[in-house]
Design a protein around this ligand. Structure first.
Ligand SMILES: [Zn+2]
Length: 318
């Protein structure tokens, strides 16, 4: 055992209490904050994680950690090797696999300022993202297939006797299936946000609270919303890396009800209407694409009238 594991755990506890007392103070001062006493970790949710500090070395296909020695890595080439200062390593377990993540200090060159164009992005559930230039990012198809499997394995778990070895095995299988789904979704979001941040100078997103309130009728959509926040979070930090500015359209901007050609706002729009039909100028356009165009036009208030959307059909995926 490394002395770091309990030390760092105590540091985490210290931080948890510091946050807790800060929030208590804020609440007393009259701010609207959630105050929750720090939770104990549970052994039910896997083995969890621990953090190590001290002398560490990264090799081509291995990592050397204090007390644990040299450990082979299954995946190579993603840990920073040269020109970085290693601060700590966190080891964590998920679905039977172990991961190491490093906290490092490194210099990142300022991105060059070049004009690469702007784009509006409408985030959704049917399609992960729709861009105002007519492209789109599909929700990965593999997800639906994986979800059929999850349902089957879940049934398997329910039928095994509680406390038995076979139930344990089934639970492990379920954890792996869930992990796979999470990875597929994560990859789609990472690829889309990386591509956007690298190829655009300005990205306009809608304020998610509005869509959250409008769309949050079903549990499944509530879960999908988490992905939307992740999309926005990734865009904002990747934007800093690649020199791309992320703008959030203000909360009361009617991005889905507004017509992207004439700029007039429809009084109501049902969630089931997949096509946007303008009652004033007769524009017919995919609903999400119209919203993405509106978001891009949010950048140019006043100049919306001559901007006619190009006649391109939305691309299936990026
Ligand atoms: Zn119109």
């Amino acid at each position: 055992m490394s002395k770091c594991a309990p030390q760092e755990a105590l540091r985490n506890l210290d931080r948890a209490f510091a946050h807790f007392f800060r929030r208590v103070k804020e609440k007393r001062a009259g701010k609207k904050v959630k105050v929750g006493f720090p939770h104990f970790k549970s052994r039910k949710n896997g083995l969890g994680s621990f953090r190590l500090t001290g002398a560490m070395h990264v090799f081509e296909n291995a990592i050397q950690l204090p007390r644990l020695g040299r450990l082979r890595l299954k995946e190579c080439g993603y840990l920073p090797m040269a020109g970085v200062h290693l601060l700590s390593a966190t080891l964590s377990e998920r679905a039977g696999r172990w991961f190491v993540s490093l906290q490092v200090e490194m210099e990142i060159a300022d991105p060059q300022a070049e004009q690469k164009g702007s784009v509006g992005v409408d985030l959704g559930i049917l399609r992960l993202a729709t861009l105002s230039d007519g492209e789109g990012v599909d929700n990965p198809h593999a997800l639906r297939r994986a979800q059929t499997k999850i349902r089957r394995v879940q049934r398997c778990v329910a039928r095994r006797q509680k406390g038995s070895a076979n139930r344990k095995k089934a639970v492990q299988q379920l954890a792996r299936a869930h992990y796979r789904v999470a990875n597929i979704r994560k990859e789609a979001v990472h690829q889309a946000t990386s591509r956007l941040a690298k190829t655009k100078s300005v990205i306009v997103l809608e304020d998610l609270n509005v869509s959250g309130m409008l769309k949050n009728h079903h549990l499944a959509q509530a879960i999908a919303d988490v992905g939307l926040y992740e999309f926005r979070r990734q865009l904002s930090y990747k934007g800093k890396w690649y020199g791309c500015e992320v703008q959030i359209a203000d909360r009361y901007y009617p991005s889905s009800k507004r017509c992207s050609r004439c700029g007039r706002v429809k009084p109501d729009l049902a969630l089931s209407e997949r096509m946007y039909r303008c009652i004033y100028c007769g524009l017919e356009l995919d609903r999400d694409w119209n919203a993405a165009l509106n978001l891009e036009q949010w950048l140019y208030p006043g100049s919306e009238l001559p901007r006619v959307p190009r006649e391109v059909t939305p691309v299936e995926s990026m």
